[in-house]
Design a protein around this ligand. Structure first.
Ligand SMILES: [Zn+2]
Length: 294
């Protein structure tokens, strides 16, 4: 079986029980056997349950889930693993309501699982910097009324979007929800997502002139009918984002916009290896630090 591209049947077969999930976690975290996170000692007693280990040297107790995204969870790992498959394999994104029914947990729990995984996805993609030729633009999402560009009126959230263009195809994308499109927010976005001295195209919005500071920036005011010629890929990305959000999460609250963006970006950046997404997501969860605050 190709572990990186498992079907749902394979996934269920592999992670059929709580112990099977624990074994996988153990194998990933300690491929050469137990290592104490405190003193590095390699021997431990297994206590009470299969999950808990006590270091023979310093007596620190460690569980297989500690220091992972599953740290302190009250939900069986088998539910987490199933959730990860559903979230990773659903192209349109899955709502908390649907996840709740699929893995039989309450809505708050489903929401929490989604939240943690989306935050972890965001952290993973923040390791990339865009480079080469890049298109940059902004858009508004959420809310019900039409908003005014750059300001995010009526519950809408302004988003800054950048896409690498590689001739006939798009490369990586980055998106950030901001309070407003301003010199400050654009500058922060560029610093966080684009290597210096790249070739960035945009339209003539004044807040975007700040890009000149660190990039080879070409701004062109384009009539509406020609805008897709000047910035084709960024507009495709924006239109896909709107479909994604309207399809599953219509009427999203401002508070959650960045989470949804994280998921959209994560999926977009892996669209050529989408069958690998569930397994990649599982590994992100294993190697992500705990999130107790949410
Ligand atoms: Zn120890």
């Amino acid at each position: 079986m190709n572990m990186s591209e498992m079907s749902f049947i394979d996934w269920q077969r592999q992670f059929y029980s709580e112990n099977a999930c624990l074994d996988y976690l153990k194998m990933q975290r300690w491929p050469d056997g137990f290592i104490c996170p405190k003193c590095g000692h390699r021997q431990a007693y297994q206590i009470h349950t299969r999950e808990l280990y006590e270091c023979c040297q310093c007596h620190k107790q460690t569980s297989v889930t500690s220091d992972t995204l599953f740290h302190g969870t009250h939900i069986p790992l088998s539910k987490w693993f199933t959730a990860i498959y559903f979230i990773g394999s659903d192209k349109g994104g899955i709502s908390a309501l649907r996840l709740k029914k699929l893995i039989e947990v309450n809505w708050r729990t489903a929401r929490l699982i989604l939240k943690k995984l989306r935050i972890a996805m965001g952290h993973r993609d923040r390791l990339y910097w865009l480079s080469g030729n890049i298109e940059l633009d902004d858009c508004l999402v959420g809310g019900k009324q039409k908003g005014k560009r750059g300001r995010g009126a009526a519950g809408k959230t302004p988003i800054i979007v950048a896409v690498e263009t590689q001739g006939e195809r798009a490369g990586y994308i980055a998106m950030q929800a901001v309070n407003r499109i301003s010199h400050q927010s654009v500058e922060q976005f560029v610093q966080a997502h684009i290597l210096p001295n790249q070739y960035v195209r945009s339209d003539g919005l004044r807040a975007l002139t700040i890009i000149d500071k660190t990039q080879h920036h070409e701004a062109r005011v384009t009539p509406k009918e020609l805008v897709d010629e000047w910035l084709p890929w960024v507009h495709i990305a924006i239109s896909n984002l709107k479909t994604f959000i309207q399809g599953t999460f219509h009427g999203i609250s401002k508070k959650y916009v960045q989470e949804y963006l994280n998921e959209f970006i994560y999926r977009f950046n892996r669209r050529r290896i989408e069958k690998q997404i569930p397994m990649r997501l599982l590994n992100i969860a294993i190697f992500h630090s705990p999130m107790n605050s949410c």
